[in-house]
Design a protein around this ligand. Sequence first.
Ligand code: SAM
Length: 296
Amino acid sequence: MFSYRHAFHAGNHADVLKHLVLLAVLRHLTQKDTALTVFDTHAGAGLYRLDGDYAQTSAEAAEGFLKLVASPLPQPLAPALQDYLEMVAGFNTAGSHKIYPGSPFIIARQLRDRDKLKLFELHPTDSKTLSANIAQLEAGRQIAMLREDGFEGLKKFLPPPSRRALVLCDPSYELKSDYGRVADMVADSLQRFATGCYAVWYPIIPRPEAHDLPKKLKTLANKAGKSWLGATLTIKSSKLQKDDAGDVVRPGLPASGMFIINPPHTLKAALALALPQLVPLLKQDTHAAFTLESGG
Ligand code: SAM
């Protein structure tokens, strides 16, 4: 456990999808006056350098965020995509793309004084980095950082006193058991707090557990009588490929999805404009595609 470090992946195509959806959800949830509590069950380090050693080792941002900002953008740009690009730009000096914000900072920037944020991060190094990064915000008790298991730790906070909450669940899926734990956490949370908004990121890879997770989440939402939305983004084929020397190479993560229970009613329309623009911008082969479905 704990070989996963998000710094290797920051700004990749999965982060683009996840953070674009996260921001669109937050924009809607912070329109109502009532206080909001946001939970990030797998927070990561909070801020990443795209020119740092980690990012350069994998260069995943080059297939994600950096590819977007290097491309001629369609006009008019979908508002959710424009909002996402402006949000990341807000962490950088004009024209530079050195800093990429993780979910804790994306959320923190959207909080009003009455809102709260609770961050869970188990990795010894990343939790220290996250604490140091969050300390710079001088947010006091508004932002709490817990070095605990996010799946378990969430339970004691539901339902939150504000009775309005967003839960982002973004595990590394380093352990096969994470898939089952996500579904168990969502099932338990819906019983404790049925009106919360639950947003789960998952990888789309040839593994039965990964394939089953969105189906399980859909079943949970339907059984609870709650609305749901699923969005996926594929940038390339998942088939094994050969490199120039003829050796078989793994293609890297080809696709991922976001599954949201109790999504804002504005989300589907926003993504219906943004996803068709993202596909040609990030595509690596003819398998590039998006899906967008909803129910409940
Ligand atoms: N949500 C972050 C973002 O969007 O910027 C990225 C999170 S990364 C995909 C997953 C993180 O979960 C890693 O930093 C890992 O150390 C942490 N982690 C793994 N298992 C955990 C657990 N059971 N509880 C809390 N954090 C965990």
